[in-house]
Design a protein around this ligand. Structure first.
Ligand code: BES
Ligand code: MN
Ligand code: ZN
Length: 499
């Protein structure tokens, strides 16, 4: 989607569709000519326009405007309006317009002098509009042959009536575009079926992305992974005919301070059958998304390569497929991780923490001074927080708080769950240093803490995205399917770290 600025007044703008916000109290979010206002008031009086959030009404040849169509976007109550709601509304507008075969939408960039709507203002609000539009312009059915091949929008016109857009506004629109395009890149990867997105293919996609945006990328194969003695990662990978890959992407701006070096570790299981501790058939197909953490980290790298914050970042992904076979690892096996810690495998379906263990050790060895992992790690976190909220874990209060603050700033819901010494008992092994499961109770916590054992003294935050990687409902502003969460949070965090 092209993002362009226009300085025409609304009374002279020509465009396929002009969107205006309409709040429940009747407030209109744009300087419309008197005639057009009257029209909207009539419709309101007749009960046709109510201003309910996401309720859209398309008017043709609206009185007083040269545009062919006016899209009245219900914006809800003016009170409590926010960037988060604005992001959704622009998504709703785009999806409504697209569904009618239209390819161009104009959005007024004006002050909203209504209730507390005044808070959703300025460059951040503009960024949210652009993000919402690009995220709304996404489909999750790339392999359907019967749909119109070109459903995507051509243009979003950001209209600053009677004035040039400021530098700050242009920069905000650019940030929004970079952010949302990276998030759609994450969604595309998560959506790919596992016969196509194998560990090797994930490595190729990472290389392509890195090349396109000027990042350094290394993809290590089986022999190199063996040489690194990544016994935990290799155990998970050994059951599959698909060889594993260790994917490393680096962003090292020359003007960045030497510390911190942020290590981003993404769980990259391209399919999780559970292995010998095999999963039930119901919903097993969803396990193609078990590389959502990896996709998230690649998306973060893609975005920061363009936004260029002065921070060093290293992404590490241990990509493998978890399969049962004659070569597969078994319950009861004892494996030696790259760190030297030994692990008794009690359940081969608790594979994510094993791959993360070695990826974290590698990231530390490569100089990471702060670690964040994102992983579709447990069903338990879905029981606790559903599909709405990402679980946040970590010992370091400061880093946990930074992540929570970044989530709040970009509108991705996060909630901290505890880590506590007392849970350690639950994943002790009779025979080795650690066991790879801690039982059913507190499953998201013991999984997180297991991963944290490998971070050691290095500040570390774990994001369990098993719930938030995917949305089961079609929203007016967002297609059902992969969400791309929590990529925006991490990009926000990185940009906040820059001096
Ligand atoms: N990838 C799954 C977790 C998952 C479940 C992600 C549902 C998305 C949706 C993970 O590898 C797993 O199987 N975890 C087990 C751990 C258990 C065996 C200790 C789980 O949560 O059941
Ligand atoms: Mn599993
Ligand atoms: Zn898994």
């Amino acid at each position: 989607m092209q993002i362009e600025f226009r300085k025409d007044s609304l009374a002279s703008l020509s465009c396929a569709v002009l969107a205006v916000l309409h709040f429940e109290g009747g407030e209109i979010g744009a300087p419309l000519p008197e005639e057009t206002r009257k029209l909207l008031e009539e419709l309101r009086a007749a009960g046709e326009l109510r201003g309910k959030e996401n309720e859209c009404t398309l008017l043709h040849h609206p009185a007083g405007l040269p545009v062919a169509r006016l899209l009245v976007v219900g914006a809800g109550k003016a009170d409590g309006f926010s960037d988060v709601r604005l992001r959704r509304l622009s998504g709703t507008a785009i999806r409504t317009v697209r569904a009618r075969g239209l390819r161009e939408l104009a959005w007024p960039v004006v002050e909203l002098n209504v209730g507390s709507a005044g808070k959703a203002q300025g460059p951040e609000a503009l960024q949210a509009v652009v993000e919402g539009a690009i995220l709304g312009d996404y489909d999750s059915d790339p392999y359907r042959t019967s749909t119109e091949p070109d459903r995507r929008m051509e243009r979003l016109l950001l209209v600053t009536p009677g004035r040039e857009a400021s530098e700050a506004e242009r920069a905000a629109a650019h940030r929004g575009q970079v952010m949302a395009e990276a998030q759609n890149f994450v969604r595309d990867l998560v959506n790919e079926p596992s016969n196509i997105l194998t560990p090797a293919e994930l490595g190729r996609r990472a290389e392509q992305m890195a090349k396109q945006f000027g990042l350094a990328c290394q993809v290590l194969g089986l022999e190199e992974i063996r040489a690194l003695k990544m016994g935990a990662f290799l155990a998970v990978a050994q059951g599959s005919d698909q060889p594993p890959r260790l994917i490393v992407v680096r962003y090292n701006p020359p003007d960045a301070p030497s510390a911190p070096v942020l290590g981003l570790i993404g769980k990259g299981i391209t399919f999780d059958t559970g292995g010998i501790s095999i999963k039930p058939a119901t919903d097993m197909h969803e396990m193609k998304t078990d590389m959502a953490g990896a996709a998230t980290m690649l998306g973060v790298m893609r975005a920061i390569a363009q936004l260029k914050p002065r921070v060093r970042v290293l992404a590490v992904i241990a990509a493998a497929e978890n399969m049962p076979s004659g070569k597969a690892y078994r319950p009861g096996d004892v494996i030696t991780s790259m760190s030297g810690k030994t692990i008794e495998v009690l359940n081969t379906d608790a594979e994510g923490r094993l791959t993360l263990a070695d990826a974290i050790t590698y990231a530390k060895q490569q100089g990471a001074t702060v670690l964040i992992d994102a992983a579709t790690l447990t069903g338990a976190v879905m029981i606790a927080l559903g599909n709405i909220t990402t679980g946040v874990f970590g010992w370091d209060k400061d880093w946990v708080n930074r992540v929570l603050a970044s989530g709040a700033a970009v509108g991705e819901k996060m909630w901290q769950l505890p880590v506590d010494e007392e849970y350690r008992e639950l994943y002790k092994s009779m025979i080795a240093d650690l066991a790879n499961t801690g039982g059913r109770y507190g499953g998201a916590i013991t999984a997180a803490m297991f991963v944290g054992e490998f971070a050691g003294e290095t500040p570390w935050v774990h994001l369990d995205i098993a719930g938030t990687r995917w949305s089961n409902d079609e929203k007016p502003y967002l297609a059902k399917g992969p969400t791309g969460a929590p990529m925006r949070t991490l990009v926000q965090l990185v940009t906040q770290l820059a001096p």
